[in-house]
Design a protein around this ligand. Structure first.
Ligand SMILES: [Zn+2]
Ligand SMILES: [Zn+2]
Length: 172
C-alpha cells in the first residue's frame, strides 16, 4: 500500500507527537509489541518473517563487508557465551574442581569419563561430540560415569593406562 506524501507527513507528525510524550510513547510501544506478538503466533506469518529476515541478512552480508564482519563477530561471541555457560553448568554439577588434585580454576577443568568409556558417548553422536557429551552429562548427571579433572590429570590418566600418575606415584 502506497500512501500519498500528505498522509505520510501526517502519520509522521502524529508519530513525533507520540514520541515527545513519554507516557503516550510507552503505551504506543506496548501496543506495538503486543500486536507483533499476536501476529507472530501465526505459523505462516512467522515463517514468512523468518525467511524475509534470512534473505535480508544474506543480501546485506553480500553487499556490506562491514556488516558481514560484525555479524561474524556476533555469532562468535554468542558461541563463546554459550560454551562458557554450558561449562559453568557442567562443572557446578560435578563439584567445580579436579577430583584428583583439587585444581579449582575453571579454565583448567574438563569432563572426564571415569571408566574411560568416552567412546560410548562418541559413538552415539556423529557431529559436535564434545558439545553433545557435555550436554548429556548436564541433562542426565551420572556421577558413576562422569567426573571433573583438570587437563593435567586427564592427560596423565590417558598416558598412564587410565589412572592419573598422581595416584600411582609414577610421575618421577
Ligand atoms: Zn588435577
Ligand atoms: Zn592427578
Amino acid at each position: 500500500m502506497k500512501l500519498s506524501p500528505k498522509v505520510r507527513a501526517m502519520n509522521l507528525a502524529r508519530y513525533y507527537r507520540i514520541t515527545a510524550d513519554p507516557v503516550r510513547f510507552a503505551e504506543y510501544k506496548k501496543k506495538c509489541k503486543e500486536s507483533k506478538r499476536k501476529r507472530m503466533q501465526d505459523p505462516e506469518y512467522r515463517a514468512k518473517m523468518w525467511a524475509y529476515q534470512r534473505d535480508y541478512r544474506k543480501r546485506r552480508r553480500e553487499t556490506d563487508p562491514e556488516y558481514a564482519q560484525k555479524t561474524k563477530e556476533w555469532s562468535l561471541q554468542g558461541n563463546r557465551r554459550k560454551t562458557k555457560h554450558r561449562l559453568e553448568q557442567l562443572f557446578a554439577i560435578y563439584g567445580n574442581k579436579c577430583v584428583c588434585c583439587g585444581e579449582g580454576n575453571l579454565q583448567f577443568l574438563t569432563l572426564d569419563h571415569i571408566n574411560n568409556d568416552g567412546n560410548l558417548d562418541r559413538a552415539n553422536h556423529k557431529n559436535d561430540r564434545t558439545h553433545r557429551t557435555q550436554m548429556n552429562a548436564i541433562l542426565h548427571p551420572d556421577r558413576s560415569r562422569y567426573q571433573i579433572l583438570c587437563f593435567n590429570c586427564n592427560l596423565g590418566k590417558v598416558r598412564n593406562k587410565g589412572v592419573c600418575p598422581h595416584k600411582t606415584g609414577d610421575e618421577k
